[in-house]
Design a binder for this molecule. Structure first.
Ligand code: PGA
Length: 252
């Protein structure tokens, strides 16, 4: 069974300028009007670092939460040109952080670094959205389940504060490509993730989201996969209409 609340998380990646808060205002206004369903879901938007301070102030007393997209793996301050620490981001009033995204893994982030990031972010009281997922080659070689298990065990352990963890399953080959996993494949992967999370954390495991080419026309395909606790949405979260239509179509 899915947890009771579903997440619709928008990952803006390298997108947005100060006036882009207007897009998030539209999400907020949809949420307020959606009396029929809005107790069933939560919206979180992850703009780039440049907008975190401004947006977290603007949405402090609103229904939408703001997330960061990454952070450095050690220290509060240090000689790490161009990087920011969880401590620095937390001081802006940001509550959530995406870690382990495949685009960062592709540019050199290792499981060991992700583990350090997750631990440091949890220490700074973030809710961590931890991304895992197999790439095309791993899928072709039928290694998906092994890869997912390894990514989970290399980073998570039972001592972590599981209440502040969300896992996002994002098959790398599906991100930004319009390609979606077949429903049986997806059920298999999510079941595998949940059963490994149960082995790590026992009862009450973190929610597990799906991400990869979710948009307003594909979201209905996930309706029957009750195990999914929500979605991490890239491309389609940059437009108010697309993102709101995802939510509308999911509850239609
Ligand atoms: P996408 O990206 O929705 O554009 O496929 C998802 C993600 O990278 O989180």
């Amino acid at each position: 069974m899915a947890n009771s609340i579903r997440y619709f998380i928008g990952n803006w990646k390298m997108f947005g300028v100060p006036s882009s808060y207007k897009i998030i205002e539209k999400f907020e206004s949809h949420f307020r009007k959606d009396k029929k369903n809005n107790k069933k879901y939560k919206i979180i938007i992850a703009p780039p670092h440049t907008l975190l301070q401004d947006f977290s102030k603007k949405f402090k007393y609103k229904k939408i939460s703001i997330s960061a997209q990454n952070c450095h793996y050690k220290d509060n301050f240090g000689a790490h040109t161009g990087h920011v620490s969880p401590y620095m981001i937390k001081n802006l009033g940001v509550k959530y952080i995406i870690l382990g995204h495949s685009e960062n893994r592709a540019s050199g982030e290792t499981d060991t670094m992700i583990k350090q990031k997750v631990e440091l972010a949890l220490k700074n009281n973030f809710v961590v959205i931890f991304c895992i997922g197999e790439n095309k080659l791993e899928k072709r070689k039928k290694r998906t389940l092994n890869v997912l298990k390894k990514q989970l065990y290399n980073v998570l352990n039972k001592k972590l504060n599981k209440k502040n963890l969300i896992v996002a399953y994002e098959p790398v080959w599906s991100i930004g490509t319009g390609k979606l996993p077949a429903s049986a494949e997806l059920v298999n992967s999510i079941n595998h993730i949940k059963s490994n999370l149960t082995k790590i954390f026992r009862k009450r495991i973190p929610p597990v989201l799906y991400g990869g080419s979710v948009d307003s026309s594909s979201v209905h395909l996930f309706k029957n996969v009750r195990l999914i606790d929500g979605f991490l949405i890239g491309g389609a979260s940059k437009s108010a209409k697309n993102f709101i239509d995802i939510i509308k179509n999911f509850y239609k």
